[in-house]
Each structure stands twice: as C-alpha cells, then as structure tokens.
Design a protein around this ligand. Structure first.
Ligand code: HEM
Length: 492
C-alpha cells in the first residue's frame, strides 16, 4: 500500500480507538480532568475533536426533496433501440449498468412523515462506461409550471408559511390560482396517486421531453417512463393517517425490508418517441412539461428493466451526500429546449456546490465509475490524489486528447429575444379528460380533496371562484360539483 494514497475508511479500522489523525485513544469513557470532579482540561484533544465533529455532523438538507430513501441495483437493456441512440449503456439487449436510485417526497423536511400528499421524486443515477447519466424524475408524468423562473416562488408557496412554519392550503391555492397550467399536475396530486402506498408501488417519469441521438446524428424526441412490476398502489382515505401515525418512515422501511428479504423491486423502462419535424402538428406543445403525450398516438415502447437488489451501507454517504443533476447526460442522450429543463440544468450543480461543496463529484457515490480526467482541481475538501506537473491544456507534455465528437441535435435555432409564455397553453383539455376517465368513486375522492382545500378559512371568495372557474373549464360537471359542495357546506 502506498501510504500517501491511503484513503480513510471504516474498512481499515484498527482494533482500537484512535483520533482522526490515527493516534491511539486509551480512554473513551471519561474526560481528562483535574481530579475526579474536574474541571476538564482543554488539552483533552480527543474530547474536543469528538465534540467538534459531532457539532458539525449535519449538512444543509436539500432545499426540496429533503426526505428520501435510496437503494442500489442495475439496469438491463431488454430491447434494441440503437436506431434511436448511440448511448453506450443502451448498446444491446443484455447489457447491464450499475445504478443508484433515490426516492423522495418533495416539500417537507428531512425527518417528515412519508405519508403526506406530495409528488415523489424518482431519481436514477446510471454509472455508465461513458459517465454518469442522471434521470432525475418524479412519480407524476407532468409538472406544475413550465418556466423555471417560477420555481422558487412555487416552492415558497408549497413550503410552510414563514411566520407559522405550517404548510397552509390558502397560500398554495393563492399561488396556483395564477397558474392554470398547474391543473393537470393537480389531477395527479389530489387524486389517489397523491399518496403512494410506498416507493415500490409507484411509477416514475423523466417528465421532460429529452432527445435521443443515434450514431448518424438523427435526433428523436423521447419521454421516459418507469412502470413497477408489482403494480401501482396508493394509500386512500384514512389509510395514510393510520400508516403515518404508527410509522413515519414506512416507505423507507418497506424499501429496505423488501431488498433485505430478497424481494427485489423492479421497474420496466418504456419510452415514447416523436420526430422533432412533427413538433408543430399537435394541439399541445411537445416540450410543455404540463402535458403528457397521448399513448394511443405515441405508444409505450419497452427498453429495459431496473432491479434494486442492494441496500445502501450508510445513509449519510449514499443518501445525504448523493447528488443528482439533470445536466448529467451521456453521448446519445441530449436535452431539449424545454424551458423548465433548461433552468434545471443550472440549478442542481449550483445547489450541490452549496450543500456539499465544490468537490461533491469526487464523493464515491457521485463519482463516475469510468476513467475521468480534466484540469478542474483543488478547492475545499479535494481528496483526489494527483501526481502530475501539467495541469493545463493544451500541452506538448500531456498527451490527453479530446474525446470523439458526440452527436448533438443539429437543427437551427432562431428567433427574437423575449420573455413570454408558450403559444399553445391548452391548460384545460387534458385535466378534464383525465377526470372523466375515472370511476365515480375516484372522481368523488378528487372532488372531496378540492372541497377540503377550498374550505380553508383563509381562501378568499376570489380565489375560490377562480378555482371553480378553472375546473369548470376542464369539465363543466366537475366545477359544478365543487361549487355545489362548497355552497351546501357553507349553508350547514
Ligand atoms: C426549474 C425547475 C426546478 C428546479 C429549479 C429544481 C431544483 C431542485 C433542487 C435545487 C433540488 C435539490 C437538489 C439537491 O440538493 O441535491 C432538487 C431536487 C430534486 N428535483 Fe428538482 N427542480 C425543478 C424541477 C423539478 C422537476 C420538473 C422534477 C421532476 C421531473 C424534479 C425532480 C427532482 C428530484 C427527484 C430531486 C431530488 C433528487 C435527489 O433525490 O437527491 N425537479 N430540485
């Protein structure tokens, strides 16, 4: 072993306690004092170091998605899609890629109950031979807003009131009353799907439209969907209150216990594809995250399966310090001009430099498993061992070269600078159709959710009427049911 490259790890534990610098600790029970009753001597370095380390144990929690559970496994290609992409990890059926997944709730704190009505994060980090590919999705296939400039306000409205520190419906309904594009997302959030049974029984979605690029450079729009093989199940009615009342970590426990018992959770990955040349042909904008693509027009095509067969060893190292970023793509996969996706490309690495430090990608859980080399170096907590004299490019002394050119979408982009909304908003058709597709009891539960939310004392008449108008535009009978329900409630 080269002592200069030695990395500390509990795997190299000595048989006796040591300080962080490796000196033997001969007493970990009592502080060093003057006589048995003290005072304590500041020279008890082990005591000071132990307390100081403890005092610094917590890192800032994620600004959203603070509460989560992760697990490891693999992705296996089952269907050939090399006509669509040159991604190495999708190169042939049978190819397996190691991965880590983090499921999460969105709004509440790191220790909050997992039974709250909230979207769920569904983030997958593929450790491919061409770098890490992060598919940072949710369990719903659409999103509340379509421009990232609104994301901080949206999260502020959903988070607890800054005065009371309580999540309050009136603030949420006030904010979203300005955003009818959120209606479709609410047909998921206020539906039974709003509280999944656990993480194993929920779907996942890449939400945005991405681009696949094949080796000839042909680009295809794509949406990603994960379907659990054990089916989708939710906590309905009072079930969430009962489950959450007895165990506020029920979903984390379910995931851990299933894997420990050898009952490995599995999802199938499907894609929907569209030729970018057709993007103007539809009533909706294919890059609009508040819309799904109808499956009868864009059928689900199987691609592979994901199996989670290994629990994490350490929650802090493999969950708290795990850092996803939608900007992390691999050759053969590319972004689109979706405005929300474009803002996400900036935001994640930025927050992680704050949350974990500038060298967060050196942490074992975030580091690529393939070779990597560049001259970005130094900074706080850089623990990469480097032994070279040339840290600039180009140089005649370092033969490192550019990689082969990666195909990226080649279409021309043109237009005027402007700050505006997309042309085809079409906010009401899809939520209306979704509501009408449900059985009567499911419709009733949705109406009940809305009546309960709009009955909050601080929801004004104006905001209530806006929501009734929105839902009436989605489906006349739905708006009427909510209005009638609220009237009879207020007359009681
Ligand atoms: C402009 C819109 C958005 C912004 C600015 C944004 C920003 C963020 C930030 C700052 C985090 C915390 C990351 C960390 O500390 O590690 C986060 C986490 C996350 N976001 Fe977003 N987000 C946006 C939209 C979305 C959308 C549309 C989705 C789903 C498709 C999504 C899914 C997630 C997930 C799953 C996580 C948790 C990742 C993990 O488990 O560590 N976000 N987001």
């Amino acid at each position: 072993m080269d002592p200069y490259k030695f990395r500390p790890s509990s795997a190299y534990n000595s048989p006796f306690f040591t300080t962080n610098s490796g000196a033997p600790v001969w007493n970990n029970n009592s502080s060093l004092t003057v006589d048995a009753r003290g005072p304590i001597l500041l020279e008890d370095y082990h005591l000071v170091e132990k307390l100081a380390q403890f005092d610094c144990e917590r890192i800032p929690e994620r600004v959203v998605h603070a509460r989560g559970a992760s697990a490891k496994g693999f992705f296996e290609v089952t269907h050939d899609i090399t006509h669509l992409t040159c991604a190495d990890f999708l190169r042939a059926p049978g190819v397996q890629t190691p991965l880590i997944v983090r499921f999460s709730t969105v709004i509440h704190e790191r220790g909050s109950p997992e039974t709250l009505r909230d979207p769920r994060g569904f983030a997958v980090k593929f450790y491919t031979r061409e770098g890490n590919f992060d598919m940072v999705g949710n369990n719903f296939p659409v999103f509340f807003i379509r421009d990232g400039i609104k994301f901080p306000d949206m999260v502020h409205a959903l988070k607890p009131n800054p005065k009371t520190h309580i999540q309050e419906k009136w603030r949420i309904l006030d904010f979203f009353s300005h955003h009818p594009e959120s209606l479709n997302m609410f047909t998921f959030l206020f539906d039974d799907l709003g509280i999944p049974l656990n993480y194993r029984h929920m779907e996942g979605s890449g939400v945005h439209t991405f681009t696949l690029v094949n080796k000839t450079g042909k680009a295809t729009y794509v949406k990603f969907h994960w379907k659990p093989t054990c089916g989708v199940k939710c906590l309905v009615g009072e079930e969430a209150v009962i489950v959450g009342g007895s165990n506020h970590s029920h979903a984390t426990k379910d995931l851990y216990d299933s894997i420990a018992a050898g009952n490995y959770p599995e999802w199938k990955l499907f894609i929907q594809t569209m030729d970018p040349a057709d993007e103007d042909k539809y009533e909706f904008d294919p890059l609009d995250v508040t819309k799904t693509w109808p499956e009868d027009m864009f059928p689900l095509q199987p691609v592979g399966r994901m199996v989670l067969n290994k629990n994490i060893d350490n929650f802090f190292a493999e969950n708290e310090m795990l850092a996803f970023c939608p900007a992390l793509i691999v050759p053969g996969v590319y972004y689109t001009d979706d405005k929300l996706l474009q803002t996400r490309i900036f935001s994640y690495a930025d927050t992680q430099r704050h949350r974990l430090g500038p060298n967060y990608l050196l942490l074992p859980v975030n580091a690529p498993k393939c070779g990597h080399h560049n001259n970005h170096h130094e900074g706080f907590m850089n623990f990469m061992h480097r032994d070279e004299e040339v840290n600039y490019f180009p140089s005649r002394f370092d033969l490192v070269r550019h990689a082969e050119k990666t195909p990226i979408p080649s279409h021309t982009i043109s237009g005027c600078r402007e700050k505006t909304i997309i042309k085809k908003e079409n906010n009401f058709a899809e939520p209306g159709a979704r509501y009408r597709s449900w059985a009567p009891d499911r419709q009733q539960r949705f109406v009940d959710q809305w009546m309960s939310a709009l009955s909050d004392d601080r929801v004004t008449h104006e905001v209530r009427n806006i929501w009734i108008s929105y839902w009436s535009q989605a489906d006349k009978s739905l708006g009427q049911r909510i209005a009638t329900g609220l009237n009879s409630k207020s007359n009681m």
